[in-house]
Structure formats: C-alpha cells, structure tokens
Design a protein around this ligand. Structure first.
Ligand SMILES: Nc1nc2c(ncn2[C@@H]2O[C@H](COP(=O)(O)OP(=O)(O)OP(=O)(O)O)[C@@H](O)[C@H]2O)c(=O)[nH]1
Ligand SMILES: [Mg+2]
Length: 352
C-alpha cells in the first residue's frame, strides 16, 4: 500500500509527512530534489494477541508506504507535478492532497492568497489534465497503427470523460476495463483523499477551511490536522505527548487518525497469517478474493492455489485454540473465489 502526498508548493507536505511517519525530513527545504519515503506499521492488537498465543517472536504489521514528492524543479511554482514527481506518483495506490489552510506570513502561497477550496479544485484539474495529455498521446499512437480495438474505445471514453472535467475514478468501468486502465497508472483514477493542513487556530474544529461542500461535490473525504503542531508533538518524549495533546485539544495522533481514515476510505482490510516463525497482517481491499490475498503474500501461492483454510479471528479467540475451532466447525476450507473478510486468519494450501 503506497500513498503519495501531493499539494501545492509549501502546503506543508513534508511537515505532514514527518508528523505521520515520525520521520525527520527537512521542512522548508525548497532546494531538495529527492522525494522522501517512509514506511509506517499499522498498529493491530490482533497481531499482538496471536503472536502471544502461538508464541511466535516475530510480528509483522501491515504497512503503508508514504511518498512525499520533492518540489517541482525550475517550473512555475504554480504547477506542482513535474516529471520526477509523476514518475514517483504513478506507483502510488492512492493520493493524499495536502491542502494548505494555515496562515503564516513568512510562508508564501504560490498563488498568493490562502484559499483551500480553490486549491482542491485546481489540483483535481491538474490531475485530469495530466491524464488527458497521456491519453491523447496513446490515442494518436493507436490511430497511427490502425488499432481500433477495445483499448482504443476505452481511451476514447476516458478522453470524453476528462474533457467534461471529471476524474477517471468516477467513470463507470467493467472490472476488465478497470484492470486495463489501471495498467496506465493514470492519476485521476487513483483514490484521492484530502488532508486539510490547518493552523493552530483551527484546532478542534470539524471543518476550519470550509471544505465540506466542495469535497462532497467532488466525492472526496477529508481529514483535518495541524501539521506543524503534530510534528512538534512527535518531537516530545513519548510519555509527555498525551498530556500535551489533551491540553491543546488535539484529539488522537495524526498517525492513528490517518491510518483509520485511509483504511475506511480506501476500503482496506487486513487478513492474518501465523506461520512457523511469525504472525503477519496483510493489507488487501474489501472484496478481494482468496486468490488475490494469496498473491499479496507470494505469486507462487497465487499460482499454485489449492484452498484457503480460514477461521475468523473472533471465532478463533472464542474457541481458544485451532484444534477447538476445528472441532466447533469454525475452520472453513475456502476456494479461490471466496471473498476475504477483515480479520480472517488464513492458511493457504498451494502446490507449485
Ligand atoms: N504555521 C504553520 N506553518 C506550517 C504548517 N505546516 C507547514 N508550515 C510551514 O510551511 C513551510 C512549508 O512547509 P513544508 O512542509 O516544507 O511544505 P511542502 O509542501 O513540503 O513544501 P515544498 O516541498 O517546498 O513544496 C514551512 O516553513 C513550514 O514550517 C502549519 O500547520 N502551520
Ligand atoms: Mg516538501
């Protein structure tokens, strides 16, 4: 699971990146040319409990990788996504648009005034424009080769949709078309969430930047946090953080909130495996089949899939052991098409 942070220059991407991942990337490093990358572990008490029960030392939590793109080089600052950023972002599963809502006279907004609604709309347009350019090129190429096939038809539909000012994520696609389109890694097809980076004065307010109407219209969800304060809190010793948060009315930590938000919004769930050495939580999408889940672990397991021995975490805990769970008929033998549920404990049988 890879999440790319996008946003206008100096919207606080790196600040938010640090606050969520606990990294110490340089903030306000406008000359920096590299993207920042960090991985966070998704806390999961089921993993802790299972590793205790099975007495396994190693615990592997689900992970989210964050990419904080570097500022665009030598471009009008108003255009944020240059070639280097695009290459990085194409590999992301989802995008988080960091929207500047904080006021700070020392930090110039590339468009002058701070205006979160304008930025949200502008970024949507930017993503669509980038996709349109890519699709136009591909259409041209197919026409040159006289290939008026399924791909060609699909791309024409995409072009029409984009020209109407709509992102590809809202285009109705069959699952086959969806897969085909995904191979182009188009940005407006990726799920986008908004992260409103507010100043200290917006703390505790639900929607300090007045984004709800625009977000609803665009079908986007948003989360609000104060990047610079969150980063400050993360710099404190662990035992002082809770008191500080409480005093300032900051609610739960940015990391926890972001993970919960991302999981729900992206429709993610976890399934669990306990092998000989480790308990492992894996991230998949709601609706993924057992064979997809197998592929997350290893392509061999997917290829040689025989069946998935599955027990729901709660059933397992209630039974007290695997043997008891089996006795009670709670361990099921599921086939490739089984739709995996959050908290399923799975043992894959496979043959390669
Ligand atoms: N007051 C205030 N300042 C902030 C906040 N978040 C970021 N800043 C300041 O805004 C400036 C830019 O922050 P960065 O995190 O570097 O922004 P960025 O989007 O990564 O910037 P580029 O990578 O250069 O596009 C820094 O001086 C930050 O200290 C905030 O919540 N409140
Ligand atoms: Mg930055």
């Amino acid at each position: 699971m890879k999440v790319g942070l996008i946003g206008f220059a100096r919207s606080g991407k790196t600040t938010v990146f640090n606050s969520i991942t606990g990294a110490h990337a340089e903030v306000g490093a406008y000359g920096n040319r590299d993207a920042n990358v960090a991985v966070i572990k998704v806390p999961d008490e089921r993993v802790d409990r299972l590793s205790e029960i099975f007495q396994l030392k190693k615990k592997v939590y689900a992970e989210i990788e964050f990419i904080d793109i570097a500022p665009a080089e030598g471009m009008d600052e108003d255009r944020v996504l240059d070639g280097a950023a695009l290459t990085v972002l194409k590999s992301a599963d989802a995008l988080t648009h960091v929207v500047r809502a904080f006021k700070n006279d020392n930090v110039m907004h590339p468009r002058g005034k701070v205006d979160p609604v304008r930025d949200v709309l502008a970024m949507e347009e930017e993503l669509q424009l980038i996709d349109l350019i890519q699709i136009e090129k591909r259409i041209e190429r197919l026409e040159k080769e006289h290939r008026k096939d399924q791909e060609y038809d699909l791309l024409l539909r995409c072009r029409e949709h984009l020209e109407a000012g709509k992102p590809l994520r809202s285009l109705d696609l069959s699952s086959r078309e969806e897969l085909l389109l995904r191979s182009f890694s188009l940005l407006s097809q990726k799920p986008v969430m908004l992260l409103c980076n507010c100043g200290d004065d917006g703390l505790g307010e639900e929607d300090p930047a007045g984004l709800s109407e625009t977000a609803a219209k665009l079908g986007l969800d948003f989360i609000t946090l104060c990047g610079s304060l969150e980063m400050e809190v993360n710099g404190l010793p662990e035992e002082e953080r809770a008191a500080f948060r409480e005093e300032l009315g900051m609610g739960e930590g940015s990391r926890t909130r972001f993970i919960q938000f991302a999981y729900t919004m992206l429709g993610l769930i976890s399934f669990l495996t306990s092998g000989e050495r480790e308990t492992h939580a894996w991230t998949i999408r709601k609706g993924d089949r057992a064979v997809d889940a197998a592929g997350v672990i290893h392509s061999d397991i997917k290829r040689g899939f025989i069946r998935a021995e599955t027990v729901a975490y709660d059933d397992f805990i209630e039974a007290g052991s695997m043997a008891k769970a089996k006795e009670k008929g709670k361990v099921r033998l599921e086939g490739k098409e089984y739709v995996v549920q959050d908290g399923d404990m799975i043992l894959f049988r496979f043959n390669v």
